[in-house]
Design a protein around this ligand. Structure first.
Ligand SMILES: [Zn+2]
Length: 139
């Protein structure tokens, strides 16, 4: 994680060789997931090799963007100072329709209304010129 330019103060992902294609797609507002070309398994985060069969024959598949809230917490302390203006904010674990779990934030909802099983869909937040984050909102 690293702070970015463009006046964005919160931590940003450090793009690596393993996830470069994921972040490039997000920048184009496409949500893609790694898919094993050997066994078909879909996973996240985008490690280089398939966690099911260990093959390095990795492709990409378009995610539906749909999922459900699997778990969540409400952050009430400024563990990272740049998040302080947003307190209290939520952190959710979304189970994607395709199976993988993704940590993110829910937008367009009161924290009190967040519940496990809530159907959500992905939205794109252009954090900087380089990084677009994937957030979720209720369907
Ligand atoms: Zn595989």
């Amino acid at each position: 994680m690293t702070g970015g330019g463009d006046g964005y103060l919160k931590p940003l992902p450090m793009v690596t060789h393993e996830d470069r294609e994921f972040w490039a797609a997000a920048r184009e507002h496409r949500f893609v997931l790694p898919q094993c070309q050997a066994c078909g398994h879909v996973w996240f985060p985008p490690y280089a090799s398939c966690p099911a069969c260990l093959s390095f024959d990795r492709g990409w598949t378009q995610a539906s963007g749909r999922g459900t809230v699997w778990g969540f917490t409400i952050m009430r302390q400024p563990y990272i100072p740049s998040f302080e203006p947003e307190l209290p904010y939520n952190v959710v674990l979304v189970e994607l329709e395709e199976g993988p779990m993704v940590y993110s934030n829910l937008i367009d909802i009161d924290n009190d209304a967040i519940a496990c099983g809530l159907p959500v869909e992905a939205v794109f937040e252009d954090a900087t010129d380089e990084i677009t984050l994937i957030k979720f909102r209720p369907v």
